[in-house]
Design a protein around this ligand. Sequence first.
Ligand code: ADP
Ligand code: MG
Length: 413
Amino acid sequence: MQAWTQGADGQGASKARELFQKVYGGDPQGVWSAPGRVNLIGEHTDYNAGLCLPIALPHRTYVAASPRTDSRVRLVSTMDPEHPVQADLDGLQARGVRGWAAYPVGVAWALQRDGFPQVRGFDLALASCVPVGSGLSSSAAMTCAVALALDDLFDLGLGGDEAGRVRLVQAAIASENDMAGASTGGMDQSASMRCRSGCALRLDCRPELDAMSNVRQVPFDLEAAGLELLVVDTRAQHQLNDGQYDQRRATCEQAAQLLGVANLRQAADQVNGAADPPSALAALLERLPDETMRRRVRHVVSEIGRVDRFIEAFGRGDYVLAGRLFNASHDSLRDDYEVTCPELDEAVDAARQGGAYGARMTGGGFGGSIIALADAGKGSDLARDVAERFASKGFKAPRALIALPSSAAVREA
Ligand code: ADP
Ligand code: MG
């Protein structure tokens, strides 16, 4: 089993700085970083105004950057160091930049559009220690690191408090949605910008909440609990922009309309707050016209309910129940929401059989990664079990890491 040592080696900041010096000459004005994330529970709930519970990974994306006085943007990534790319912010329209450059350029474009005309061009070098396309949010790590860099380079004064960080989160989301054309519900960017070390972020995605009331830091001390959180990247194709994600979103919106609620969160609150939630859910589903839509709604409503149950179970040391909630989440994503794939299901099954308290896919699905909650010291055995299962199925060899809840975007130097 391959392990990811990248990102734990502390070399990201100097890699970004060295690449900057090599490509542009001279020193960058600063280096900033932002983490990838894993979501503990609450999947496909963010765009339904629901609840989710991400932690920041120790794996981060680093950007070395300097401001320019014109509107040009020059970019280079360690992923393709021989091919720097350029763009111009002047007259730029949505979807006006193609390829990976859309993400960083889109952040500057969104900030300019949303009230910060002082943002100008910049030179930037990127070094990512977040596995790319593994469902661990390398895209948000990149846009959030860029957002914090631009905040400093152009004195926007946003990075220092929660309300300001929410503005940066919004620019990062707009960049993915409107410039890169990759739909995102906002959990990834909030995690990368707002998580704290040692904590999970209980993110409440109701749009009416302000920056102070939409997050709560939930202690998630795995070490004190004698536990490990294993992350396994199945390396199965992870492709969210082939329409599946948008279809799920559209179905949820239609269902909310049919139910006469602003979003499925409102339906979830009615069900989960009822005296008898299972019959309340059954009654709700009866009001929907087709079986597929009923299953999609059942996932969203039940998944929102699982988030606080997980927090409560973990908080009082009931790891058996916490693990069962992981399992229920995965099964719901597999059977009702239909966003898993054979690799995710096999990885989860192997981890459960190997003795994890529970295991589930994490992220958008259709590939990407799983997480498993296990006793401390057991993670590498489980990773081996998954690798053996994959070998026997003829799947690509997976990669594994042990996750610890880490900190949000910061200035490094
Ligand atoms: P995830 O966010 O789960 O890793 P996405 O498909 O949302 O997967 O984002 C991956 C995309 O982000 C890549 O295809 C690439 O365009 C871009 N990306 C992420 N990190 C980097 C990087 N360090 N350099 C260049 N592009 C990157
Ligand atoms: Mg992403």
